[in-house]
Design a binder for this molecule. Structure first.
Ligand code: FCB
Length: 498
């Protein structure tokens, strides 16, 4: 992200914080802390100094459980393209990306990585990598163009082909029902601010389950509800581009209601497959030893983590967050009798996505402690992976965990010899996998790990500028070139360890 873009985002966030402070919400609710990141350090994609990043970090080799689910992840809008084919309707991301000024270079997902047409080759690529699990998402507007009604058979057939192709190649599908591409028609009716959208989602989930539910061993409901809340409704740099904190937390409630209703819809089918939420968790640490920083870190943890973990896993919203939002907030008023029972419908597993820690000062601002990646919100801190995984198990009991996203963007270029040397990504993955392994050794029931991402893709507001893939995509030709990290990851999978 350029300094200018970053400044623009920070300014937007600051504006949103100011606006919401006026609406009576606290700085933490307004995410004000994130407006104050300072002191960006060296980029984390620099090749690590002192030795071969592919070498094991310790003399002792790190071995994973024998049935460990080595995987990679993608999402529909980020890779599929074919935006107008086979009856697909418009999503909020079509609208947003086609609105001038919303995405870098005006990039859109119209073509993306053209996976809709190249899916069979991409599945071969996954087989060659040795993947055991592939996490992808279904585009709601491919199944229901307007978000309601009879399913579009061509949309369902596309996913049937992918799921069948994965099984043929010995790769387990893990499918997310919603990775942010809400049908635009539902947005026109109020989107996630409208409680009815949660019920539309349950109907969509039911349609998908009845079509392909039993062929998918693990379903994930909603990808990162927090990102929709914060990026979509608090800061406005994701679709639908709103800046309204009071609306944002009502959206948090409706997204979770939608999650719970989808869990119930799957149970109603009687299929013997598993389901859970996909939450991006950020360990929150005090930036200094002051009691004020400790208090700020605790409240921030409420907004970042417990607002989703407590409700889904214990059936209660965190009292400190509810108190901070106040009884007159739209969220508080939007919670109806029985909602929390629905939200807490028992899940089979929890999908954790880890990218960065947050450090809070006494006044509720965040500071940057560690080197950042090309995504300057991302501090590279593998210990954070260990901390968040062990904390979930300690605080919420032994719910099975899958890591469904972890990775970083690097300034990858195709070399004259036709290879992409992303040594920084290898170092990142090795260090985070070492942390994952320690967490397992210390009792976390963690069954699989997915790199974000399989392919370079449309990184939302950043367009195609950030490359997060194990596999380089040469967009003009759509040629796929496995990066050095892909070769390294294949070996990790073969060795079942580092
Ligand atoms: C996560 C999103 C995913 C991708 C990565 C970099 O928050 O779930 O789609 O954008 O960040």
């Amino acid at each position: 992200m350029s300094i200018l873009t970053r400044r623009r985002l920070l300014r937007r966030a600051a504006l949103s914080a100011t606006a919401t402070a006026g609406a009576g919400l606290s700085a933490a609710a307004a995410g004000a802390g994130l407006t104050a990141a300072t002191g960006v350090l060296a980029a984390g994609c620099d090749a690590p100094k002192g030795g071969d990043p592919t070498a094991a970090p310790t003399a002792e080799r790190v071995r994973f459980p024998h049935d460990f689910g080595w995987g990679a992840a993608t999402s529909a809008y980020q890779i599929e393209g074919a935006a107008k084919e086979d009856g697909r309707g418009e999503s909020v991301w079509d609208t947003f990306s086609h609105t001038p000024g919303r995405t870098r270079n005006g990039d859109t997902g119209d073509v993306a990585a053209d996976h809709y047409h190249r899916w069979a080759d991409d599945l071969d690529l996954m087989r060659d990598l040795g993947l055991r699990s592939y996490r992808f998402s279904i585009s709601w507007p491919r199944i229901q163009a307007d978000g309601t009604g009879k399913p579009n058979q061509r949309g369902l057939d596309f996913y049937k082909r992918i799921i069948g192709g994965l099984h043929e190649r010995g790769i387990a599908p893990m499918v997310t029902l919603f990775h942010w591409d809400l049908p635009q028609a539902l947005q026109d009716d109020g989107g996630w601010e409208n409680r009815d959208t949660a019920h539309r989602f349950a109907d969509y989930a039911d349609t998908v389950f009845r079509g392909i539910g039993d062929q998918v061993p693990v379903w994930l409901t909603i990808n990162e509800p927090k990102t929709v809340v914060q990026n979509g409704y608090l800061w406005g740099h994701h679709a639908p581009g709103r800046q309204d904190a009071d609306a944002a937390y009502l959206v948090a409630h409706h997204l979770q209601l939608a999650h719970g209703l989808a869990v119930r819809a799957l149970r109603a089918t009687g299929f013997d497959t598993r389901i859970g939420p996909a939450l991006n968790l950020h360990p929150c640490y005090p930036a200094d030893d002051s009691p004020a920083a400790a208090a700020a870190a605790t409240l921030h943890d409420g907004y970042e983590n417990r607002l989703y973990l407590d409700s889904i896993l214990t059936g209660a919203y965190p009292a400190d967050v509810l108190a901070d939002l106040g009884p007159d907030s739209r969220m508080a008023k939007g919670i109806r009798d029985g909602d929390l029972e629905t939200i807490a419908s028992p899940v089979d597993l929890l999908a954790v996505q880890y990218y960065t820690p947050l450090y809070l000062t006494g006044n509720g601002n965040t500071v940057t402690r560690w080197p950042t990646s090309e995504a300057d919100w991302q501090q590279i801190y593998p210990q954070g992976m260990y901390d968040i995984l062990t904390r979930v198990t300690r605080d919420y009991g032994p719910v099975p965990i899958t890591v469904t996203e972890n990775g970083l963007p690097c300034p990858d270029t195709l070399g004259p010899d036709g290879t992409v040397d992303d040594a920084g990504r290898i170092a990142f993955l090795r260090d985070h996998l070492t942390a994952v392994h320690r967490a397992i050794a210390d009792g976390v029931p963690l069954e699989s790990y997915h790199v974000w991402s399989l392919l370079d893709n449309f990184e939302w507001a950043e367009g195609y500028d950030q490359r997060w893939g194990l596999v380089y995509v040469d967009y003009p030709t759509q040629r796929r070139i496995p990066k050095r990290s892909a070769h390294w990851y294949r070996q990790v999978i073969r060795d079942n360890g580092l």
